[in-house]
Design a protein around this ligand. Structure first.
Ligand code: ADE
Length: 237
């Protein structure tokens, strides 16, 4: 029987282009105005979707991906802002869990930022888990290809973070290594559907680095890195 596909979600065209151009037997379909391209990468069936930035787009895309393609794992790829002194442009970050840091009902109840109730889960959740086995495989591949791979919390929110103080808060409050705009929503939707997920990000900008950063230049080369890593790792995921 044909293996269930690997689902791959990226927000921006620049984040999925490298993977789409490597896809064999590509076939496009549109669901909810989002383009889903099924095909093969390194012989493995995959479905690649571009969701556009932000948590709502990402959650809707994940639900459609799960409903229409029944992926065995959903992998979120893309770029992220590096947080902390040790995370540099070009570094690979693999999420152990994601937090939706801009969900905040603390003015209303006893919850702290990022804490929420989720249908089907007991109690309040602080974080959305990522699949440990997939994270281990991705990290080993990152270390093999690039000599390093950070593993830790990825902070997701509906804003591009370009303020070192926000970065510091994300580090202090959540222990985050990177910030982006989709991973937490994808992990959230996956949890609600009992589908494992992984988040693989390469750092395109970093509030702590002193050199001037051309986001788009780094975004393109970072996305290529993700594609290379994925091509190498897919048959083992
Ligand atoms: N994606 C890439 N860099 C980012 C940043 N600094 N904030 C949010 N999302 C990002």
């Amino acid at each position: 029987m044909e293996q269930r596909p690997m689902g791959v979600i990226g927000a921006m065209k620049i984040e999925v282009d490298a993977i789409l151009s490597a896809l064999e037997e590509a076939q496009e379909k549109v669901h909810g105005n989002m383009v889903f391209t099924s095909g093969r990468l390194s012989g493995v069936p995959v479905v690649v979707a571009q969701c556009s930035p932000g948590k709502v787009n990402a959650a809707l895309c994940t639900q459609a991906l799960i409903d229409f393609y029944a992926p065995r794992l959903v992998l979120n790829i893309g770029v992220a802002g590096g947080i902390g002194e040790n995370v540099h442009i070009g570094d690979v970050v693999i999420a152990t869990a994601c937090v939706e840091y801009d969900f905040d009902t603390s003015a209303l109840d006893q919850c702290s930022a990022g804490q929420m109730s989720v249908p089907g889960q007991e109690g309040l959740l602080d974080q959305f888990p990522c699949d440990e086995a997939a994270a281990n495989i991705l990290a080993a591949a990152g270390e093999g290809l690039y000599g390093h791979a950070h593993r830790g919390v990825v902070a997701t929110g509906d804003k591009f973070v370009a303020d070192p103080q926000v970065g510091e808060w994300l580090q202090k409050e959540f222990g985050a290594l990177a910030c982006e705009m989709e991973g937490g929503a994808i992990a959230h939707a996956c949890l609600m559907n009992n589908v494992p997920c992984a988040v693989l990000r390469t750092i395109s900008d970093n509030a702590h680095d002193s050199e001037t950063v051309d986001f788009l230049t780094f975004a393109a080369s970072s996305a290529q890195k993700a594609q290379q890593l994925l091509g190498e790792v897919l048959p083992r995921l």
